[in-house]
Design a protein. Structure first.
Length: 392
């Protein structure tokens, strides 16, 4: 990004925190250029993390936060964000002041506002990033969304901007909201950004027509989740018992990235190995996780801790022997696994070793982390934990 001012459209952005907001903050910081930001007020849906906001603040000149009730897949919510966001931007002057606009999903709303800007100001370079396949659930099944309304002026305006091939893509998908959110950037963005090659393969295939996928491919690039800048990572504080192998896990415990196989593997460890293992799980789902840990009888190994603000997490993570990262279970995809956990990029900045539980052929499995194990394979997870203890 060079010359002119730069605009970032990020529906979820600090101080509201989740994986997408963190990735967008890292994108801005690693680019090292000052930007204006338009985002949504996520009060009630996302926790606030002022440490994350403080880290990215030096790079944000103007931050417009749009009011309204967030709804993930509803066109009225996307329309509201796009209209209010555009009005706020125009209140500050002509959009010709911008050389570029960068939008990122998830959430899908970001691409709708960016598309509206691109249609009305085609001289602005639009770069659109995708964190996950928009049209698919994590198990590979197609994600259903609300049908688009037929009497919406803004929607008609956006649809008219789409080439005929994308009109057919919308119709074939039943004119659903998320099909529009994929069609707009694929058809109109100057550059399409994917976090890994398998994700790109899935999303291009979902277009259903080779001519569309070839044109999109020619404007695409792979840009993995950025690593936090070095000055964001403070040295860990305090000391630990060196007789123990300490493993840390930070983040949401999704159903397909949960504790099930891990707890079973711990139960299979020899007592002399198990006594030297401690796994700290930092999560906002402590109650549900506690019930599972107690039910499985592994409370002597797994300790549940409160979720940490981002800056504190980076510091704490560096104090562990290993940091645990897990793939999602393989789904019904034409590739091994299109999801690369964004936490890997954070972990890599801490200096701690990564213990990976991967699905065969996934992006994570190609990183060569050791020790490693296979998703759902309790014996391989047991062996990886035992190796971590031996190496501690």
């Amino acid at each position: 990004m060079t010359g002119g001012r730069h605009l970032v459209v990020a529906y979820n952005f600090p101080p509201f925190a989740d994986a997408s907001a963190i990735t967008q903050a890292k994108r801005i910081a690693t680019a090292g250029q000052t930007v204006d930001v338009v985002s949504q007020d996520m009060t009630g849906l996302r926790t606030r993390d002022q440490t994350l906001a403080d880290l990215v603040a030096p790079f944000v000149a103007v931050h417009d936060v749009i009011a309204g009730q967030p709804q993930f897949m509803a066109w009225p919510s996307m329309r509201q964000f796009a209209v209010r966001g555009l009005r706020r931007l125009l209140a500050r002057g002509s959009l010709a002041r911008y050389a570029t606009v960068y939008s990122r999903s998830m959430w899908p709303h970001s691409h709708v506002l960016a598309a509206l800007i691109a249609v009305t100001h085609p001289q602005i370079e639009w770069r659109a990033e995708f964190s996950d396949p928009i049209l698919r659930h994590v198990d590979g099944s197609m994600r259903r969304s609300q049908p688009l309304p037929t009497d919406d002026y803004l929607l008609r305006h956006l649809r008219r901007s789409l080439p005929s091939g994308y009109q057919e893509f919308l119709s074939a998908g039943g004119d659903q909201t998320l099909h529009l959110v994929q069609a707009l950037p694929f058809a109109l963005a100057d550059r399409l950004v994917f976090t890994n090659s398998q994700q790109r393969t899935v999303m291009l295939a979902d277009l259903g027509r080779e001519v569309l996928s070839e044109r999109a491919l020619s404007r695409s690039e792979i840009s993995p989740h950025p690593t936090p800048p070095g000055h964001w990572v403070r040295p860990p504080t305090g000391s630990s018992d060196r007789r123990l192998c300490r493993i840390g896990y930070f983040g949401t415990l999704y159903p397909n990235r949960g504790l099930g196989s891990l707890t079973e593997a711990i139960r299979l460890l020899p007592s002399e190995v198990r006594s030297r293992l401690r796994i700290d799980v930092y999560t906002g789902q402590r109650q549900a996780s506690y019930e599972q840990v107690m039910r499985c009888g592994v409370g002597d190994v797994i300790r549940l801790r409160p979720e940490l603000p981002y800056a504190e997490f980076l510091s704490a993570a560096g104090g562990y022997d290993h940091l645990l990262v897990t793939d999602t279970s393989p789904g019904a995809f034409p590739v091994a696994n299109p999801f690369l956990p964004s936490k890997v990029s954070d972990y890599s900045a801490t200096g701690a070793n990564i213990l990976a539980i991967t699905s065969p052929g996934s992006e994570l499995s190609t990183r060569g982390y050791a020790p490693s194990a296979t998703v759902g394979d309790v014996i391989s997870i047991r062996d990886a934990l035992a190796e971590a203890v031996r190496c501690a």
